[in-house]
Design a protein around this ligand. Structure first.
Ligand code: SF4
Ligand code: SF4
Length: 347
């Protein structure tokens, strides 16, 4: 692990260098909400001025740059008794700038499923390997509970990680390509004063978390509360819209669709992200739906996040960003649902 400091002017120069030969995706202010608060999204930028590194969160996560909502998996041609198949992966370099720790942790969870498990996805792996990740520390966002699920700090999964020390950034260098990239601008060794300033920033951030949630025993609690009325209470509110899963940095469920032209000369196979709260998610051929009601679908979403994933990978899938809570039109916030279950258990 190597640390350097870089002045903000030099960092701006570095972003200019990045833009010369890469697509750069960064937090950008796109609109304001009804209270006048800014709404940000990760979007491709053409200049440093478009970037807002002081953003609170983004409406959608950066997963779309690794798992697009819709992507073509392969195309086919059938001619003269033979057939051909074309499969393309993205190999163009991309820089994802200004990711928060929870979102980098989200990528690490996706890596476990899509890059390191029994059937790695070459589509995901090619994007992940060709994406240079620059993280940044930030103040806790409203309703976020990343600290409760251990996702408020990150130790790997990025190339460079910035902590704002005022006039400079303290930069953690995590890869050789990160080292080479940073080497293109002037940097300084870390002084004792920088170390003290870094500790003060980390302390200030930790002190600001207000969501009081303890998930230590949650997998067992979920086992015990499978039939709880809490699922009816929240499930009856759910609109089955799927916005929670679409905005979530770690939801990866998808459906595959095959199409053929009317003359049977061409065909394609495409993939679409799907959400477990949508009405036909568990429908099988013949019309049987294993999760026909809203409360069961909502419950299974929580079970995948906090029970099934723990069993497979020893950690929850959720990184506590609360994007699902913000996206939900009827106010289903994960911390409140979990809090309800914990209160019921204490009764
Ligand atoms: S379930 Fe909600 S809080 Fe957890 S990672 Fe997904 S969007 Fe964030
Ligand atoms: S966003 Fe809310 S209403 Fe929509 S499916 Fe998710 S929990 Fe249900």
């Amino acid at each position: 692990m190597l640390f350097k400091t870089v002045s903000k002017d030099e960092f701006e120069k570095l972003v200019g260098i990045m833009l010369e030969s890469n697509e750069v995706v960064a937090p950008t202010r796109v609109e304001s909400d009804v209270h006048g608060d800014p709404i940000h999204e990760y979007l491709p930028v053409e200049s440093f001025d478009e970037i807002d590194l002081n953003y609170e969160t983004t409406a959608h996560s950066a997963k779309t740059y690794f798992l697009p909502y819709r992507e073509n998996l392969s195309t086919y041609t059938f001619e003269a008794g033979d057939w051909g198949q074309e499969i393309g992966y993205r190999a163009m370099p991309r820089i994802l700038l200004g990711l928060h720790a929870c979102d980098i942790n989200g990528l690490l969870k996706l890596d476990k499923v899509l890059a390191r498990d029994v059937f790695p996805s070459p589509y995901y792996v090619s994007r992940r390997q060709n994406t240079f990740v620059v993280g940044i520390d930030h103040e806790p966002c409203d309703g976020g509970f990343c600290h409760a699920v251990g996702a408020d700090t990150v130790t790997h999964g990025f190339d460079l990680f910035l902590t704002d020390l005022g006039e400079t950034y303290l930069v953690e260098i995590k890869s050789s390509r990160g080292y080479s990239m940073l080497g293109q601008v002037k940097t300084q060794d870390v002084s004792d004063a920088d170390t003290q300033a870094f500790k003060a920033v980390r302390h200030r951030i930790t002190e600001q978390f207000t969501t009081d949630l303890d998930i230590q025993d949650l997998p067992n609690l979920l086992d015990m509360e499978f039939e709880s009325e809490v699922w009816t209470k929240w499930g009856e509110k759910c609109l089955s819209c799927g916005s929670c899963a679409m905005s979530c940095p770690t939801c990866y469920c998808y459906g595959v669709e095959e199409r053929a032209s009317m003359d049977w000369k061409t065909g394609s196979k495409s993939k679409r992200l799907y959400a477990c709260t949508i009405v036909d998610f568990a429908e099988v051929s013949g019309g049987r739906n294993f999760r026909p009601d809203r409360k069961t679908r909502l419950k299974y979403r929580f079970y995948h996040q906090h029970r099934g994933f723990v069993e497979s990978y020893d950690e929850p899938k959720c990184v506590g960003c609360n994007r699902c809570g913000r996206a939900c039109l009827v106010g289903i916030h994960p911390a409140e649902v979990i809090g309800d279950l914990q209160r019921e258990e204490r009764l």
